[in-house]
Design a protein around this ligand. Structure first.
Ligand code: NAD
Ligand code: WQD
Length: 349
């Protein structure tokens, strides 16, 4: 079975991607330091797939540990590198932590790939590299904007580090996937997003409000130049996003790929306003959401959605889930998560 090393594989997007690789007949090897995820995620993966993936609790910034893991898995055909810190606001408070974790981690992974002859990389990039594009939908040819945060800057710099490394190492190939806004959970509700503390992102804030952990969702601004005044994003179902990684690994190693480095927008190709997401949530779940219109959030852009033509044509991948399916999956996961945490509280008493 073809081995894939997946860093950050117990995280939100990583865990869904591990499932899709298992479903596609690959053998994922997870590396995660559990700084933003939980070991129980492996139980969820096992419940869905019937397989428990190999797991290394290790830090990608620890080059000695990475050397050992790559030595043991030098027959892997690719690395999918998710492991990184991702909270935009926190990155403004702790820039050096973000540069160290996200850049040192990537540098170590590239070094170990070179050393052990693991020649394919799929890297988690972000639509944040485009900032507020002038022309929508945004294509991959849109120039990068000045980063709004140290987090965003790590994604821009990472893509540059990868390209420079490839120039010096002809055997390596890489693909950067620029994700738009991933939301939702696996339809089984065995895995999903585990936000730390008060969520900053829209979807977990919606589900936590609906379940009663938060009193009210603040909609950050309704005076934007959009049909209902609220900002537009391209919300992509996390299972669709996970499948894009399988497509990317297949393409990376196929004879069709004549590029050493390539990059793809991974979104639905359709923008939704914040109010449309709320309406979808209420429609798909039948739950009424308590929300109010509040002031704009600093740093928010007005609108962005992806032109996904390149990924559709070259990778043969397309987002399939509807927004209603996706908001429902987020709700099913939230409900299961709360049942699980209540069980844990009862057990610990
Ligand atoms: P996540 O925090 O759920 O997953 C990241 C995983 O990496 C976690 O399990 C964490 O424990 C692990 N990790 C972090 N630093 C590590 C280290 N030094 N060593 C080993 N493991 C480490 O985040 P996610 O939402 O699944 O994001 C995955 C990737 O996708 C990240 O690179 C993120 O920047 C990128 N991305 C995420 C979004 C989003 O909105 N979620 C959008 C665009 C890009
Ligand atoms: C979506 C919309 C908010 C919360 C962030 C990162 C980006 C990428 C994805 C990693 C916006 C509105 C939100 C709330 C609201 N991550 N909102 N009330 O800001 O598009 O992108 O995550 O690469 O880099 O910046 O996502 O989910 O925070 O917000 O009204 O309580 O929901 O204003 O319009 P965002 P988000």
């Amino acid at each position: 079975m073809k081995k894939i090393i997946i860093t950050g594989g117990t995280g939100y997007i990583g865990s869904h991607t591990v499932v899709e690789f298992i479903n596609a007949g690959y053998e994922p090897i997870i590396i995660d330091n559990l700084s933003n995820s939980n070991i129980n995620v492996l139980d969820g993966i096992e419940k869905i797939t019937g397989k428990r993936p190999t797991f290394y609790k290790a830090d990608v910034t620890d080059n000695f540990a990475m050397d050992k893991i790559f030595y043991e898995n030098d027959d892997a055909i690719a690395v999918v590198h998710f492991a990184a810190s991702k909270a935009v606001g926190e990155s403004v408070q702790k820039p050096l932590m973000y540069y160290r974790n996200n850049l040192n981690g990537l540098i170590n992974i590239l070094e170990q790939m070179e050393k052990h002859g693991v020649n394919g990389l799929v890297f988690s990039s972000s639509c944040t590299v485009y900032g507020q594009p002038e022309i929508l939908p945004v294509t991959e040819n849109t120039p990068f904007a000045k980063a709004e945060s140290p987090y965003g800057n790590t994604k821009k710099i990472s893509e540059e580090i990868i390209q420079d490394t490839l120039k010096a190492t002809p055997a390596l190939k890489a693909i950067a996937l620029r994700y738009f806004n991933p939301i939702g959970a696996h339809p089984s509700a065995y895995i999903g997003e585990l936000p730390n503390g008060t969520p900053n992102n829209l979807m977990p804030y919606i589900t936590q409000t609906a379940i009663g952990i938060r009193e009210c969702l603040s909609v950050f601004g309704n005076d934007y130049n959009t049909p209902d005044g609220t900002p537009i994003r391209d919300y992509i179902n996390v299972v669709d996003l996970a499948k894009a990684h399988v497509a990317a690994v297949k393409y990376l190693n196929s004879h069709k790929n004549d590029k050493q480095f390539d990059f793809f927008n991974i979104g639905t190709g359709k923008g939704s306003t914040v109010l449309e997401v709320i309406n979808s949530f209420e429609r798909s779940t039948g739950v009424k959401l308590n929300y109010k219109i509040a002031g704009r959030r600093a740093g928010d852009i007005e609108k962005v959605w992806a032109d996904t033509t390149k990924a559709n044509k070259v990778l043969g991948w397309k987002a399939e889930k509807t927004l209603d399916e996706t908001t429902l999956s987020a709700w099913e996961w939230e409900k299961r998560l709360r049942v699980k945490s209540e069980e844990l509280i009862v057990k610990s008493h």
